[in-house]
Design a binder for this molecule. Structure first.
Ligand SMILES: [Zn+2]
Length: 481
């Protein structure tokens, strides 16, 4: 039997189990670092499937590894699983009318319930394939907490968990299917705290030193700095503490949160240093004291071209999820929930992906039924967001795939995504993802040339060793995020 046929049979056999895991995690809808029940369910399922589970890795109670070794155990093949939800995005599964399961509660607005279950399917399928064919190899499922929080994978990389893995395939639920060939922004977040001296703002202003002045001077300074950064840099900030509500008191404390993004982690580090200099200047001008603390950082995602070529072929062979009329009708109902402005953006996006002459046709039945071809030149394009998968790409050969689990044009981090992530659309998407990931691993394991080239690409990126963008003293902010 061909490898794909074997994989399809295994996934069919495990279908009920995988969908049950996805639906249960969707229902738990747990926030970053608090994914206790989701983590327990995945660990329990892995153990039942014959994996050895290590819980609480890299100082995070809800991060874990599940390992299965066959024969001599080489090569070592990894899959990444995520399972955290987003706040306030609670919404009934499959319902295109706004109706939270629990008003104001978290929901799976990024579809990580399907992500975790799809990767689980890949790990189980690869394990069964190795056993059935008497092939040596190790399968590792990486249970990664808090992708929507301060991340887990950079802490796992710092702890050396990816050091002995030969290659990793992962995926993310999306509104189209294809290899993720674009880069992502690197990011660093920090809290800046200014301390001044209180005083009567009218009676003795000369005795006061305003921490609010300092925070505002920092904003002004950073806004001037924007003129002298690379085009793609982004700097955002929020006043977490503006010093209270009394204008007649000179404010003695403020806290401003900053996030700095650029296409490469090295650029982020350089720019962040300049932001710190601005904060120092603001403290000097206002006579206050500045302290800062880095709170999180993700390296940029670099698609591994060697793995992308293999996975691109496997995706074409497996094909996009097979949609039926009920799926198309549901997808159309979700597409129709977006306002005119969003729909204009969706039309532009659709024109780019499918050609301007096909926009009306595609949006009438808005589910991607093809696999977008892999284009190596996409690596030059950087999408605006950031992910901790970036750090894995700096630590080991890694490739991310996107598989359609929602309507074409669907916007992430919305109640619409929560609803679709718990629906038949995500079910089909995650089963497809499981097959593509497993097949990609099978097609890579017997190709030492591909593995060698994939590793060479990582060495070129990281200069010989993964360097965590976080200070050694920073621990995962479990319970504090
Ligand atoms: Zn996500």
């Amino acid at each position: 039997m061909r490898d794909l046929e074997q994989i399809e049979k295994i996934i069919e056999k495990k279908q009920a189990l995988l969908l049950d895991v996805s639906h249960k995690i969707w229902g738990f809808a747990e926030l970053p670092y608090a994914e206790t029940r989701s983590c327990a369910l995945l660990c329990e399922t892995l153990r039942k499937e014959g994996f050895t589970v290590e819980e609480g890795v890299a100082e995070m109670p809800t991060s874990f590894t599940g390992t299965f070794i066959n024969g001599a155990g080489k090569p070592v093949m990894g899959f990444l699983g995520e399972f955290d939800a987003l706040d306030i995005l609670s919404q009934e599964a499959g319902n295109p009318v706004r109706c939270p399961v629990k008003e104001g509660f978290p929901g799976h607005g990024c579809g990580h319930n399907a992500l975790g279950a799809g990767s689980l399917g890949a790990a189980i399928a690869l394990k069964e394939y190795l056993m059935a064919n008497g092939k040596p190899g190790t399968v590792v499922y990486y249970g990664c907490a808090a992708e929507e929080g301060a991340g887990a994978k950079q802490f796992m990389a710092r702890a050396g968990l990816f050091d002995s893995v030969d290659f990793i395939y992962t995926w993310h639920p999306a509104n189209h299917s294809g290899v993720d060939g674009k880069g992502s922004n690197a990011i660093m977040g920090a809290n800046f705290e200014f301390t001044g001296v209180t005083s009567h703002a009218g009676g003795s202003p000369h005795l006061g030193r305003s921490a609010l002045d300092a925070a505002e001077l920092m904003s002004v300074g950073v806004n001037y700095l924007r003129e002298h950064t690379i085009d793609k840099a982004r700097i955002h900030y929020a006043y977490a503490d503006a010093g209270g509500v009394s204008p007649n008191v000179v404010q003695d404390r403020t806290l401003v949160k900053y996030e700095v993004r650029s296409p490469k982690i090295a650029q982020v580090k350089e720019l962040f240093g300049r932001v710190v200099d601005v904060a120092r200047g603001a403290a000097l001008m206002s006579g206050t004291v500045m302290k800062y603390e880095i709170t999180f950082a993700f390296s940029d995602y670099i698609p591994n071209d060697a793995l992308a070529k293999v996975a691109g072929e496997c995706m074409k062979e497996v094909g996009a999820p097979k949609w039926d009329d009920e799926d198309y009708a549901l997808a159309k109902a979700f597409l129709d929930t977006y306002n005119e402005e969003t729909l204009r953006g969706i039309r532009e996006q659709a024109a780019e992906l499918y050609g301007s002459d096909r926009v009306d046709e595609v949006l009438a039945k808005p589910l991607d039924d093809a696999v977008q071809p892999y284009d190596p030149s996409d690596a030059k394009i950087v999408s605006g967001g950031s992910t901790d998968v970036g750090d894995v790409t700096y630590a080991a050969p890694t490739l991310n795939l996107r598989v359609a689990t929602a309507c074409i044009g669907n916007v992430g981090h919305t109640w619409q995504t929560t609803a679709q992530a718990g629906s038949r659309l995500a079910d089909k998407g995650l089963l497809t993802a499981a097959k593509v990931l497993a097949l990609s691993a099978i097609r890579t394991m017997d190709r030492p040339d591909v593995i060698a080239r994939a590793k060479e690409l990582v060495l070129r990126q990281n200069g010989g060793k993964y360097v965590c963008p976080l200070p050694d003293t920073l621990h995962p902010p479990v319970g504090r995020y």
